[in-house]
Design a protein around this ligand. Sequence first.
Ligand code: FES
Ligand code: FES
Length: 158
Amino acid sequence: MPGTKTIEVTVNGQIHRAEVEPRLLLVHFLRDVLGLTGTHIGCDTSQCGVCTVLMNGQAVKSCTVLAVQADGAEITTVEGLAQSGQLHPVQEAFWEKHGLQCGFCTPGAMMLAIGILQENPRPTEEEIRHGLNGIICRCTGYQNIVRAVQHAAERMSG
Ligand code: FES
Ligand code: FES
């Protein structure tokens, strides 16, 4: 198709080749092209963070990345967290510490939490709160999300 570009992106360990328009956002590529609707959209100003995914291991807001920029990248979405029916420690921690209410921000919050813990496996409460600036949760007041990230940090560092 004229004006389109072929990209190859590894998403949750699976390689996807697709022809995309240069203006297509990564979040729309994930949701509309690949059908991975666990990545949510909560704003059009790049502020809410509910679209957060891991790109080459780093938490990024997928509404701020063009699909063509993800060419050759490895993306992990919330659908890729559980392995062989086993929840990721961050998923377990959100469950155990009730780090959610309506759940709308939860996929993004968990991906952000993983990004925080990858950069700093033993963050202080202040560092967790600072990291969570990247997401807007309208329900929880953040307290249980912070507890969940602390709990995940404990689990993941043994
Ligand atoms: S959809 Fe709100 S920051 Fe991406
Ligand atoms: S749990 Fe409702 S927006 Fe965070």
